[in-house]
Ligand binder design. Sequence first.
Ligand code: BGC
Ligand code: BGC
Length: 640
Amino acid sequence: MQTKVFAVMAALAITPTHAADTSDAAATDRDPNRWPQIESAVKPDEKIEAAITKIIGRMTLDEKVGQLAQAEIQSISPQDVKKYHIGSILNGGGSYPGLKKDARPIEWLALAEEYYKASVDKEDGRIGIPIIWGTDAVHGHNNVLGATLYPHNIGLGAAHDPDLIEKIGAATARVIRVTGINWTFAPTLAVARDDRWGRTYESYSEDPALIKLYGDRMVRGLQGDPRTGSFMQADRVVATAKHFLADGGTTNGKDQGDTQLSEEDLIALHAAGYESALAEGAQTVMASFSSWNGEKMHGHKYMLTDILKGRMGFDGFVVGDWNGHAQLPGCTEESCAAAINAGMDMIMVPTNWKGFIFNTKKQVKSGKISMERLEDAVRRILRVKIRAGLFGRVKPSETPLAGRDALIGHEIHRTIAQEAVRKSLVLLKNEGGALPVKKGAKVLVAGPGADNIPMQAGGWSLTWQGRDTKNDDFPGATSIWSGLKAAVEAAGGTPVLSASGSYSETPDVAILVYGETPYAEFEGDLPDGVIYEDKAMLGLMAKLKADGVTVVSVFLSGRPRHVGPLMDHSDAFVAAWFPGTEGQGVADVLVAGSGDAQYDFTGTLSFSWPKTSDAHPINAGDTDYDPLFPLGYGLTMAGQ
Ligand code: BGC
Ligand code: BGC
């Protein structure tokens, strides 16, 4: 057998998490000079700054404060946008125009048009600053019916392919623009260091070096290249580097928890993605719900102002996370001078935006928030809006891609996603040449995930947690079963589907598809550890073995799990992560076409796979590193 250890394993040189000094002395021992200085590819522009100065000079207090507010589409009308001079709206995970899960792209566009028109309406004699709409397009435009869903980030990490990342970014941007939206809350640059964290699958890797390789490429795909003139053209969207900083470093992998590290380790482990994403010109940064050594990021002046905006030279704007400001001591959803004073420029205050505006105005009047800080926040927001071309006074409906429904789920995008699925698969075990599935084989496809798009897609897929959906909610998608069926038939074999695994005629091979059911933030945490048990699958494996059937496991998960006997009783074991809507990518690799596999496995682990159920956190570079499969591990079929 042949293993391929990925070349970029800088993680091995990193001080292990365990060595972190969490004493008070470490918390106060801060030095901005330790942090990287970054030069953005998007250069300051005097003309833009002069234009902003002019606009700010004409803005009333209401207009200035309104720019800082970001409200959720279910809680704000276009009339409100106009009346309160709102700077931004978002749709949360699983929020659609009119709360219709099956809203057509044209309905998204129509809503974007209404908000836009309201924002630039000058009827009241006011300036009319165009609104910016943010959405969580984190693996494709995943709130929109029929959109192509790419593998979640953990699978893209296994692909180790920066070019692919940029392609996916560009494809996603195009589809977002079809719906009139111009900003995505992606990429997530988390370096997940404890797989109990429910957002591990949103992380490309435990290895900061890989996050760095991907950070700039995803930003370039989304925003375009500042060096070539594709930057923020009409087929691009504003990107968000999130969540700043160390969302993936929390103790016990607790969502929104506390990351306890020395400043040196914080930089070494969690800053790498920002280095490349900010150098590429990522225009917004989202603050993390989490804390560093007990201090919440949403109120962390040192991190947001001194480091991010000062040392790292970030001149775009910082947006808060969903009511994250309300978690600061002394703050509520409706009132949080501390966040703004710490360096937050736009506050994500989905529902209570009115109270927030009211209180922020009062705080500016009383001097609790200085006019200078307020105007700096407004300047940053306007700078990004101008760079994004929003001041071109072009209605969303008049942009080139607007309403081009055919682009949603377009063949071109499905082809890219299928390639990504192929490259994301990691072969962990392959005994007796179980894979590839041979020409002419009788193949049983079984397990709860076999014909189950929601399970393939995971969280952030039409709904926030990825639950309450069925295959029909993903028109145009291909399940792993339908991909296998086509491939096995093309190879002259006989495919049979049985979710429960029953069969009348003994198959040659059984492909069992099982694993984690969908989850997202908060709900996906595993405080009790990463053990994964499945009695039904184990029982089925025993029966298959007794009948002499070759057992292939295709494991769907958002992180490595300790699967114990499930691995032992499989002849072949494939980590397929959450592959998204293009299930045929799995069949492309598993089934031999004309006798040889058309594609071999090329994916390698971007996360260490644990040997025991309580082996966490486990990361390459740990002094006592003893994984079942190390970072960079992955078999090929040819290497047999
Ligand atoms: C998540 C962010 C997301 C935001 C908006 C938050 O709960 O942490 O990643 O961008 O919601 O949906
Ligand atoms: C939203 C998510 C958000 C979460 C935070 C959900 O209702 O859809 O986008 O992250 O609330 O509480």
